[in-house]
Design a protein around this ligand. Structure first.
Ligand code: SF4
Length: 372
């Protein structure tokens, strides 16, 4: 599997080797692994993780509910494995594409701008999948169509015991991407150690007041900083920040300054795709992020000598034969078109539309009801 290059990602040596199947770096051995993607001690990690659910202290909320007895806490998850969507997608950073994304319901936060709020607020409406069933699908799909399996939500930490079970049940190991808000407890982080090949760590808010107003957790930034620092240098990581309109001074600057002081080599991705929610609950202007705001944020980060990712989303051609799934297209009043969940097929279709060609033969509907 070839991995495209972006200079800011050169530091992600372990992940690159993992997806290319090259010789294991010492980092993997330090973390208890012997080969790229090979994880040891997963039986013990599953047992330990299950204990953290009863009473539950997998994340900062420490609800203390007995999830093994069917009780649910803030996240609403019982045993875990409530899959909203799983598909090979190409809409992440170039080094991650194509990626087998497993979108999980349930979260330990309630961010007012979350575009998956329907699955966050009612995760019980999403069926749980057996770990062995998903392990089979991953083992059949990833080696052929994707470069990794990618856990995302919601928040994957609230499903930790189930996810470790899936990885244990894999017939052959695959590289793992952990896409997280980093609000897990120290105990959960200890279990996670040695499992991901790459962490995509989100930092949403840079001050307690904004975090409290928008997510209900005033201690957010301090918690996230602490957990990121525990992982820094032990596992490859990209720090992501979804830029919030009007929150340059209060949120963006403290985040950028903290990264500059503590972990400036970690690739930093300033994400421009904030979309105002239909029901405003937050102190944010009711508009999308302006290009000049992103430009200012990126220039500021460069002046601070952060490892800023340039052109972070460069979707490739995509894997052949991506299974059908729901791609959401939203058209705003200003004419902007937002596309969620990029498949390889969809990228081909967008390119075709941009090209101005008129021969639509290659996109005729096929017997399995997919566009090609
Ligand atoms: S994982 Fe869920 S139940 Fe457990 S502490 Fe966090 S929010 Fe509460």
């Amino acid at each position: 599997m070839s991995v495209r290059q972006n200079p800011s990602l050169d530091v992600l040596k372990h992940f690159r080797r993992s997806v290319e199947g090259l010789e294991a770096p010492s980092m993997a051995q330090d973390a208890g692994r012997t080969d790229p993607g090979v994880r040891t001690g997963l039986d013990a990690k599953v047992q330990h993780a299950v204990q953290l659910m009863d009473p539950c202290h997998l994340c900062f909320r420490r609800c203390g509910v007995r999830r093994l007895q069917g009780e649910t806490g803030f996240c609403g998850i019982k045993q875990g494995g409530n899959i909203v969507l799983e598909a090979v997608l190409c809409g992440e950073e170039e080094i991650v594409n194509p990626t087998y994304e497993v979108f999980l319901a349930g979260c330990n936060l309630r961010c007012g701008f979350c575009y998956e709020s329907r699955w966050i607020e009612d995760p019980g409406s999403v069926l749980e999948v057996e770990s062995g069933t998903l392990a089979d699908r991953i083992a059949r799909t990833v080696p052929i169509r994707a470069s990794n399996v990618h856990w995302v939500g919601g928040e994957p930490s609230v499903h930790l015991p189930w996810i470790v079970s899936v990885l244990r049940d894999l017939s052959a190991p695959v590289p793992v991407v952990w896409n997280s808000n980093m609000l897990m407890t120290d105990e959960a982080l200890e279990i996670l150690t040695g499992i991901p090949d790459l962490i995509l760590a989100d930092i949403h808010f840079g001050c307690g007041e904004c975090a409290d107003a928008m997510s209900g957790f005033a201690g957010y930034f301090n918690w996230v900083k602490r957990q990121i620092l525990k992982c820094a240098g032990k596992v490859d990581m990209i720090i992501r920040h979804l830029f919030l309109p009007g929150h340059f001074e209060c949120c963006y600057l403290p985040i950028a300054e903290w990264i500059a002081e503590n972990c400036p080599t970690i690739p930093f991705h300033v994400m421009p795709q904030y979309v105002p929610p239909s029901r405003m609950k937050m102190p944010i202007p009711d508009r999308r992020t302006r290009p000049d705001e992103i430009e200012r944020a990126v220039e500021t980060a460069k002046l601070m000598k952060l490892n800023v990712m340039e052109r972070p989303f460069i979707p490739g051609g995509g894997p052949a034969g991506t299974p059908g799934f729901e791609t959401e297209i939203e058209i705003f009043q200003d004419g902007t078109v937002a596309i969620r969940n990029f498949s390889g097929d969809f990228i081909d279709m967008v390119r075709f539309l941009q090209s101005g060609e008129t021969d639509t033969g290659r996109f005729e509907r096929t017997s399995d009801n997919r566009d090609r």
